[in-house]
Design a protein around this ligand. Structure first.
Ligand SMILES: Cc1ncc(COP(=O)(O)O)c(C=O)c1O
Length: 391
């Protein structure tokens, strides 16, 4: 098929939920994507933070293929080696006690919401179910996680009624104090609000929230769906803040290109979700877990993470010297660029014409390159991006 044929059959058969750019990718290697005419692009998006080892990483593809030839699925009624191995590796790598595996970021957050509510119910009884989230946050598209998302624009009347039990506040400790009531069981936040505009939380604010939460036995849930698995130069972004949350959620990069979600919790919460309280048909799928184990074995190494930090810093320095760049935000290889005379979407469209693929985050340009992108790929991509931003 050529691009026009793909576009035509897609538009005539798929629900029009996505505003797609005029591009279809046929394949790729590392950070280089190729379209159906053979044109190459430097991909600074990793499929929105998913392909953290780039396209067609040999080790990841082998791990997935071997598992596909051995056992593709069995169900959670039985034990399964790649699934057991991944939960063990995840808890060891992160210092959490238990993990639940699902298929997406939203599902990881759904598990976190249920876990927080049940912990509170078991300990305090009915009525302590509210979860505080921050304005400009993004936590997913299921009804609960959409409601948890602190963006009015994503809560149109057509989807009402929304579930109860979510309260929003600004990134200000007094606002958090004001939002807490005798109904509060948890506060959920991203360390860097990704979809909300690449907005890192202030360290003092995060530490004050955690101290307050501890005092009131309110659980701290950190949504690391976008920031986790090395994206910010540490395995988990909250390590940069010196905190230890009760629950952390992961997805995107953990799968390296296959759908996964993980909800991890401390020992105190480890036995809250007993048999029958939660589940997922595909959660912990052996093929997905084999790929995720491979990703974790690569990313969770001091040299790899140091490299992410250095490459992120290098990109930031180069971009800040571009004409028309107003400001740069983010951490590691999660980069938000505010451009003087263009919207993020103008830059993305022109970037595609110029052979570089970027993302937007609100009005910003957002970059989430593969974590193992080479220096040559960075330089070529930035050269192309510079031409677009400076035009
Ligand atoms: C911070 C955060 N949480 C949750 C989600 C939802 O993840 P998914 O699309 O895998 O359900 C996203 C997706 O962008 C995200 O960035």
């Amino acid at each position: 098929m050529n691009f026009e044929q793909i576009k035509e059959i897609n538009n005539s058969s798929a629900m029009p939920t996505y505003g797609r750019y005029d591009l279809a990718i046929a394949g790729g290697k590392g950070a280089v994507a190729k379209d159906f005419d053979g044109k190459e692009y430097i991909d600074f998006t990793s499929g929105i933070g998913v392909n953290c080892l780039g396209y067609a990483d040999e080790g990841w593809a082998d791990a997935v293929a071997v598992q596909a030839h051995t056992l593709s699925h069995i169900s959670n009624l039985y034990y399964c080696e790649p699934t057991a191995k991944l939960t063990n590796e995840l808890t060891k790598a992160t210092g959490f006690d238990k993990a639940f595996l699902g298929n997406s970021g939203a599902e990881a957050n759904e598990c976190a919401i249920k876990l927080a509510r049940k912990y509170s119910y078991d300990k305090y009884g009915e009525g302590r179910y509210e979860i505080i989230t921050l304005n400009s946050s993004f936590h997913g598209r299921t009804m609960n996680t959409l409601t948890a998302t602190g963006q009015d624009a994503l809560h149109p009347a057509c989807f009402a009624p929304y579930p109860q039990g979510f309260v929003y506040c600004d990134k200000d400790i007094d606002a958090v104090k004001g939002a807490i009531s005798d109904k509060t069981c948890a506060i959920m936040m991203e360390m860097i609000q990704g979809e909300g505009g690449v907005i890192p939380l202030e360290k003092d604010f995060v530490n004050a929230v955690c101290a307050l939460a501890k005092e009131k036995d309110i659980l701290v849930i950190i949504d690391e769906v976008q920031t986790g698995i090395g994206r910010t130069g540490t395995l988990l972004a909250f390590e940069n803040y010196g905190i230890k949350p009760d629950i952390v959620t992961l997805a995107k990069g953990l799968g390296g290109g296959l759908p996964i979600g993980a909800c991890l919790c401390t020992a105190e919460l480890g036995s809250v979700m007993g048999a029958g309280t939660h589940g997922s048909t595909f959660g912990g799928n052996p093929i997905v877990c084999a790929g995720a184990s491979y990703v974790l074995s690569k990313v969770n190494s001091p040299d790899f993470l140091e490299d992410v930090k250095n490459k992120g810093e290098y990109m930031r320095q180069k971009i800040s010297a571009f004409k028309n760049v107003k400001s740069i935000r983010g951490m590691g290889m999660m980069i938000g660029i505010e451009v003087e005379n263009k919207t993020g979407s103008d830059v993305v469209k022109k970037g595609i014409e110029n052979g570089v693929i970027c993302l937007t985050a609100k009005t910003l340009v957002r970059l989430l390159p593969p974590l193992n992108i080479t220096n040559e790929e960075i330089d070529l991509g930035l050269e192309r991006l510079k031409e677009v931003i400076e035009a």
